[in-house]
Design a binder for this molecule. Structure first.
Ligand code: C5P
Length: 310
């Protein structure tokens, strides 16, 4: 009997996302601080002897989810993840992947990357390939810049494309209100808009530098100081592509959020709250203002990809 393995991997918010000038290979050097939050993608892998890789996707009811927004072919990162594991370890069998989405699609929270990280771990376990942690990391890095972070979770500094990680020290929990939109934004288009507007203004993009103010605020466990230090260079281009996000940011700030920032390449807006109670109050205000399609209260940091059933 083939063994099914279920793995969950978290979505993320970037507390810092500083973007440098576009490199020759099309990627941008980053200085980023990721925090995993308690929204998860769950992937179940069931080996299929002599079969192919197939995928089915559904979503938790909390999510504003359009099934048509997730491809079921080679463009699906979980499918690519399964193929990458099979190729690396000479596996000829197929696998059935079942994804339950809990992270907004194309929302700037690395939902697709979490699928890939969870699929890598689930397939490696189900096929019993005996992969080391380093091998899992490298497989994840081959699939996308944010995938290694979904594997590792917690709070981490990312440099290079965002895939070279080191753990960041933090104290306590942060309480977030994730304000999501049904429509997504394309990550490459948001990066391209950053380049375009810099060129239009004749502005040179400096090399990205890690914020020591943010690192100190995280170590102190001071949400007010963390709020003041949040920075995202992709916020302006995301707002240029989706101007109504300004209203989402403003409605969170109206409810006294410590800060409100676009998450990653957007369009999800992350509002930082003083407490879980305050997060619920911000969520109620944003919902009443009608500036988001769905609002989720979450805390971070959360653990990385974890086997939850096998
Ligand atoms: O690595 P990933 O496939 O997730 O990246 C998607 C796209 O986002 C890239 O093709 C690139 O356009 C952009 N990107 C970037 N610089 C990064 C990460 C992503 O320009 N560090």
């Amino acid at each position: 009997m083939p063994r099914s393995v279920t793995v969950r991997a978290p979505g993320k918010v970037n507390l810092q996302l500083s973007v440098g000038p576009r490199r020759e290979d099309g990627y941008h050097p980053l200085a980023t601080v990721f925090q995993a939050v308690e929204l998860y993608e769950t992937v179940t892998a069931t080996p299929v002897l002599g079969g192919d890789v197939t995928v089915a996707v559904r979503a938790q009811p909390t999510l504003a989810f359009d099934p048509a927004s997730v491809p079921l072919d080679e463009r699906n990162l979980a499918v690519r993840a399964a193929r990458a594991v099979a190729q690396a370890y000479g596996i000829d069998d197929g696998v059935r992947l079942e994804i339950v989405k809990g992270v907004p699609v194309a929302g700037g929270m690395a939902g697709g990357s979490a699928d890939a990280a969870a699929a890598v771990v689930a397939c490696a376990e189900a096929w019993e390939v005996g992969a080391t942690r380093r091998e899992l990391h490298d497989l994840c890095a081959s699939l996308g810049s944010d995938v290694p972070f979904s594997l590792h979770g917690h709070t981490a500094v990312g440099v290079g494309r965002g895939d070279e990680l080191s753990p960041a020290m933090t104290h306590g929990e942060l309480h977030w209100v994730m304000c999501t939109q049904r429509a997504g934004l394309s990550t490459p288009e948001v990066f391209a808009e950053l380049d375009r507007s810099a060129e239009e203004d004749g502005r040179e993009i400096p090399d990205p530098v890690l914020s020591q103010t943010l690192m100190a605020a995280l170590i102190a466990g001071d949400p007010h100081a963390v709020g003041e230090a949040l920075v995202n260079d992709l916020q302006a281009p995301a707002l240029a592509l989706m101007p109504r996000l300004r209203e989402t940011l403003d409605s969170a700030l109206d409810a006294d959020a410590l800060a409100a920032i676009v998450s990653g390449s957007g369009p999800t807006v992350a509002a930082l709250a003083r407490s879980r109670q305050h997060a619920l109050a911000i969520a109620a205000h944003v919902t009443a203002a009608g500036t988001a399609d769905a609002v989720l209260c979450v805390s971070g940091p959360a653990a990385g990809a974890t086997v939850v059933a096998s």
